[in-house]
Design a protein around this ligand. Structure first.
Ligand code: NAD
Ligand code: IPM
Ligand code: MN
Length: 351
């Protein structure tokens, strides 16, 4: 029997609740599909920061490097500035482990409260391929003339040829396994240096994939299209910040943040990948036991697929669909009155 070593980082807010449900479902899937999961749980969070002054210990990255995968809840909570919590854990892990692909599949699930409810899944199935290591998320820049009327802040977006090329290639390879369509989201009509550079590389890579239909879109128009004509989209590749925003939008049109999974992937498998839902710690509903665990359960299914447990991953996705279609157990975001734990247990039982 294969046993996988998993690092669990529940993190903050609803991250703790939804990760517990994902572990419940994963435990049942492991039993049924005959593999082992050996968990090590880390208390790295804003709570730890408040206690000790750091989100994770100095050798945190080194500790994580020994695992087959990382399952993260969410980081960030009021009381600790977001730039402190995110640069203290989430972003360093993504970078240290070269998780340069942030894969965010979106599907219309049964029982959704989406604005597009009633459309069929075939009409709405896309995946955001978000560049996850550079771009707008850079530390280069600064605040100047503090407190003066001419105060200003500057931030440099950094796009490297290697960085853009590898994410675009990933998107084209993925499209070959899906619809054969890729849309690249840029803002070349307004941003003069970085976006035309991205477009140029996109066109170069596209030339090597004559079998894939490549389209370059302006991100603003794409945002509207994602709501009004989502059926015409499949693989959407975007920079770090654009991909971040588009993934919440795509989640919203397919049922909300409670349903959207995500993986920070190191495609070369040199380092562990990290799986975390698209959503954050949701301080507005934290501690109430009402968060929707579906996003994190589907995130756990992505982790299973990365580990090579395809049948178990498909079974978890099937169990989610079954429970949502049945509709008896629904959290408040889906219009029901069930708790996080009730929905997690129902999914585990449906396996
Ligand atoms: P959020 O995703 O936490 O919440 C946005 C809205 O969606 C809230 O109204 C929330 O209640 C709702 N929501 C989110 N997940 C839900 C779920 N599973 N079930 C039901 N409703 C859900 O975004 P935010 O409020 O902008 O951020 C809160 C904190 O989380 C911030 O500190 C932010 O930096 C952090 N954050 C962390 C991650 C991460 O670690 N991966 C991702 C996004 C945001
Ligand atoms: C996400 C989050 C993070 C991001 C934040 C919290 C830094 O929004 O994972 O989508 O922008 O990457
Ligand atoms: Mn985000």
């Amino acid at each position: 029997m294969t046993t996988y070593r998993i690092a669990g980082i529940p993190g903050d807010g609803i991250g703790v609740d939804v990760t517990a449900e994902a572990r419940k479902v994963l435990g049942r899937a492991a039993e049924l599909h005959h593999f082992g999961l050996e968990w090590t749980e880390f208390d790295w969070s804003c709570e730890r920061y408040t206690r000790t002054g750091t989100l994770m210990p100095d050798d945190g990255i080194e500790q994580l490097s020994a695992f087959d995968a990382i399952l993260l809840g969410a980081v960030g909570f009021p009381g600790v500035p977001d730039h402190v919590s995110l640069w203290g854990l989430l972003i360093p892990v993504r970078r240290a482990f070269a998780q340069y692909v942030n894969l965010r599949p979106v599907r219309l699930l049964p029982g959704t409260t989406s604005v597009l409810a009633g459309r069929t899944a075939a009409e709405l199935e896309m995946v955001i391929v978000r560049e996850n290591s550079e771009g707008e998320y850079s530390t280069i820049g600064g605040r100047h003339n503090r407190g003066r009327p001419d105060e200003f802040a500057l931030q440099e977006a950094v796009f490297t040829r290697a960085g853009v090329e590898r994410i675009v290639r990933y998107a084209f390879d993925l499209a070959r396994t899906r619809s054969g369509r890729v849309c690249s989201a840029t803002k070349s009509n307004g941003i003069v240096h970085t976006m035309p550079f991205w477009d140029e590389i996109f066109a170069e890579v596209a030339a090597g994939y004559p079998d894939v239909a490549a389209e370059q879109c302006h991100i603003d128009a794409l945002a509207a299209r994602m709501v009004q004509q989502p059926g015409r989209l499949d693989v959407v590749v975007a920079s770090n910040l654009f991909g971040d925003i588009l993934s919440d939008l795509a989640a919203a049109v397919t049922g909300g943040l409670g349903m959207a999974p995500s993986g920070n992937i190191n495609p070369e498998r040199e380092f562990p990948s990290m799986f975390e839902a698209v959503h954050g710690s949701a301080p507005d509903i934290a501690g109430q036991g009402i968060a929707n665990p579906v996003a994190q359960v589907l995130t756990a299914a992505m982790m299973l697929r990365q580990l090579g447990e395809d049948a178990a991953a498909a079974a978890v996705e099937g169990a989610v669909e079954k429970v949502l279609a049945d509709g008896a157990v629904r959290t408040p975001d889906l219009g029901g009155r069930s708790t996080t734990a009730e929905l997690g247990s129902a999914i585990a039982a449906a396996l």
